[in-house]
Design a protein. Sequence first.
Length: 250
Amino acid sequence: MSILRKFVIAAWMLTVSAFAADVAVLQNGFTILHDHREIIGNITRLYPTKDVTGYVDIPTTQIDHFEQDLSSSPAGAPSAVPQQSLGDVVDAVSGRHHLDPDLVNSVIRAESGFNSNAVSRKGAQGLMQLMPQTATQLGVSNNFNPSDNVEGGARYLRELLERYDYDLVKALAAYNAGPDRVARYRGVPPYAETRAYVSRIVKDFNRKKLAEQKAASTKSAKTASSTDKTSSAAGANSGSALKSDKTVAQ
């Protein structure tokens, strides 16, 4: 490798400003693992992976310092403990709390965009954006652990559904704005953010259900068509069998 090429690579690594598996330590003591970062105005943008389409924006003033994550395994090293996929986690947690996995996924999409390291301006954390105090009450030890966070978020969502007699709209409004505000306004609070939040989740959830119904309907139609053909063939064959039976009986 030429000296010039080495220099270019070194300069590029410096401009990225962070190596893989860095940790942003926030003023409140929480940490966010990320692959690399960049500063945009008064915001520090953290990228959980090398893919630049997913990121978390944190006010730079809320970041105390950065550290290298020494607990990470070297690149390419096998993980000692196999990790569940997020889909498996959601399915398992939803089953425990008797929730539709599609609903939990819709909430995750609206809350964090499936970014397990997401932190909101108000301090909500993780996939289902639990506030630290709420997470503690729900028994969540690590908000940035997908399994822990989804377990806590699903449990909270289930509690809200039971509280509002399974009125999904009220439960979602309470998840976003808090039960006190839902009680105060006797329904969805008149906040643009909350109304948009509820609408976004309901639309996403309904879209999935309609897609499932369409797929089921298509499958049912194909099965019915196949059954009709099989029945016709079976009818012809059964006729032959009956004739054979009669002949043998004689």
